[in-house]
Design a protein around this ligand. Structure first.
Ligand SMILES: [Zn+2]
Length: 80
């Protein structure tokens, strides 16, 4: 059985190496009939190319991986 590995690569410099960066934030919003503010704590992860420092969201990475899956599927159906 042949195993292929294909990497999500940075579309700017073609590097496959990324590091993960976390952003922590609080999102405040008012509550009806009250002066109180409530807040949600949000943790966001972004991924930064180790070479050119371009950042990608998790969504963009997922999209890139979906493209690779499509490409592999196509390749598989051509050879069989
Ligand atoms: Zn890059």
């Amino acid at each position: 059985m042949t195993v292929f590995v294909d990497y999500f690569v940075c579309d700017q410099c073609q590097s496959k190496d990324f590091k993960r960066i976390y952003n922590f934030s609080l999102r405040f919003h008012g509550v009806n009939f009250s002066d109180d503010l409530i807040y949600d704590r949000i943790t966001e992860e972004i991924y930064q190319c180790t070479q050119c420092k371009k950042t990608f969201t998790l969504g963009e990475i997922e999209e890139g991986l979906a493209v690779i899956r499509q490409k592999m599927k196509k390749r598989g159906s051509q050879t069989s």
